[in-house]
Design a protein around this ligand. Structure first.
Ligand code: BES
Ligand code: MN
Ligand code: ZN
Length: 490
């Protein structure tokens, strides 16, 4: 989809469909008045009738007769005026875009108002982002229907001089998010650790990131026995992929991002029930978010050192798989009793965090992982769980979550939770049982990050969805890419 910014009046925008975003029970906004005039008051009449109230999620498509290039006007509701924020805009534009596309429009324009509580450039950026995210389809394995229409051009209507730059940045981030979705939606047989590592290497070469892949042998030599144990049931060995951005010219320690990359999580010997097990192809969503964020940072030429670390493994049952009761020594020699082979995420992350800590001496570390069903129980799909040792870092992430649309909500890491992962035979065990499951998982990770400011995002409930919403089709969401880029850019 080609994306451009235009300061032409709405009646002259070159697009088959115009999306008119407006709040509940509002009249025709000023910038749309010329169109209402050429259409003989058709828009204002529609707004006074009961056909469209402007409540959140509502759309109404109207044919245009005399409006120049546009054939359709799609009304898209923002909800109550006093509750409107950037996310309301994203959702309205996402719904409006989908409505326009279903009418067969190949080009769509979203005019943005000059003055409101939110800066016009910010609304422009959010609109481009939402349209791109709503336009996403995963079609690597399905024949494209003959009658499928794709929107090839998007025009953001804005006279704000800052709109061009803001839209271009949002485009880069949204495209990276869609790439993360591709990786997540791809089936487990197409992204086993070696294949996924190759895919990441290819991206790194194309976008100018330094990439290093540590094979299983190297990982074993280094003492990453927790990662090795998770992958040992699979016929394809685990890998650790490192992406570096801005490290050569850096005069400060890097930010390290770590992403859980279980390419398929069967549970191992502690096998999962078969119902919905297929969704566990998405258990590498943390890794997808990290590598896609690295891609966006490279494209945006962000001037700060950032390292992405992704431990990749396939968690499978076999005669070579790790057994419940096994004890492994992670990188740095702490021992872990594996009481449940399905609590594998914290094992691969423990090695990755400990290794990154020693190798990079980072300013801070943030990890993302589809770590626990308990986090889904606690927060559902509205927010990821945020846990961390550093209040300032956690506050920065919370704030970036509010503005980016990838929301997070904090859970405590009090010392009282520590004893839940004490083990009779090792330094710790990899499961603390059912209670406070999201927290005890984070508690294990905390033991591998030293004193470095660290935050953990449990994205189990936000990474993958079975229900489409305004700008999010079914499947992988790419959660974390918008959050991390927003955080790193502010
Ligand atoms: N990948 C799962 C967590 C998960 C569950 C992600 C649902 C997305 C949706 C993780 O590896 C896992 O199996 N966790 C266990 C931990 C338990 C055995 C302590 C869980 O949450 O049940
Ligand atoms: Mn698991
Ligand atoms: Zn898992």
């Amino acid at each position: 989809m080609r994306i451009s910014v235009s300061d032409l009046p709405v009646t002259q925008l070159e697009a088959e469909a115009l999306i008119m975003v407006l709040s509940k029970d509002a009249g025709v906004p000023g910038l749309w008045q010329p169109l209402d005039d050429t259409e003989a008051g058709m828009i204002s009449e529609t707004l006074t009738s009961s056909a469209f109230s402007g409540k959140a999620g509502q759309t109404l498509t109207l044919p245009l007769r005399d409006a120049g290039p546009a054939r359709y006007l799609v009304l898209a509701g923002l909800g109550k005026a006093e509750e409107v924020d950037v996310e309301s805009w994203r959702r309205a534009v996402g719904s409006g875009f989908t409505a326009a596309r279903s009418r067969g429009a190949k080009s769509v324009a979203v005019p943005v108002p000059e003055s409101s509580d939110i800066a016009a450039s910010e609304i422009a950026a959010a609109s481009a982002e939402a349209a791109l995210l709503a336009s996403y389809r995963f079609q690597e394995y399905k024949e494209v229907p003959d009658d499928q229409v794709d929107v090839v051009a998007l025009v953001i209507g804005s006279g704000d001089p800052a709109a061009g730059e803001a839209v271009s940045q949002a485009t880069t981030v949204a495209e990276a998010t869609c790439w993360a979705r591709d990786l997540i939606n791809r089936p487990g047989n197409a992204k086993r650790p070696a294949a996924l590592a190759e895919e990441i290497e290819k991206m790194a070469a194309e976008h100018g990131l330094r990439c290093e892949v540590l094979g299983a042998e190297r990982c074993a030599e280094l003492g990453m026995n927790a990662l090795i144990s998770v992958g040992q049931g699979s016929s394809v060995p685990p890998q650790l992929v490192l992406l570096e951005h801005g490290m050569e010219e850096a005069d400060e320690p890097p930010v390290v991002l770590v992403g859980k990359g279980i390419t398929f999580d069967s549970g191992g010997i502690s096998i999962k029930p078969s119902l919905n097990m297929g969704e566990m192809k998405s258990d590498m969503s943390g890794a997808a978010a990290v590598v896609a964020t690295m891609r966006a940072l490279a494209d945006l030429d962000v001037r700060r050192p950032v390292v992405g670390v992704t431990p990749l493994a396939e968690n499978m049952p076999s005669s070579s798989a790790s057994r419940p009761g096994d004890v492994v020594r992670a990188f740095g020699k702490k021992s872990i009793e594996i009481v449940n082979t399905d609590a594998e995420g914290r094992l691969v992350l423990a090695d990755a965090l400990a290794y990154a800590l020693e190798r990079y001496e980072p300013a801070c570390m943030v990890d993302l992982a589809t770590l626990t069903g308990a986090c889904v129980v606690a927060l559902g799909s509205a927010a990821a769980g945020l846990m961390g040792t550093d209040d300032e870092l956690c506050e920065q992430l919370r704030a970036a979550g509010e503005t980016s649309g990838d929301r997070v909500w904090r859970l405590p890491l009090w010392g009282a939770y520590d004893e839940l992962i004490d083990s009779d035979v090792a330094d710790m065990k990899n499961s603390g049982g059912r209670y406070a499951g999201a927290i005890t998982a984070a508690k294990l990770l905390q033991r591998f990050v030293g004193d470095t400011p660290w935050a953990h995002l449990d994205i189990a409930g936000t990474a993958f969805t079975k229900k489409a919403s305004a700008y999010q089709p079914k499947g992988g969401t790419g959660f974390g890419v918008r959050l991390l880029t927003r955080w790193l850019l502010t």
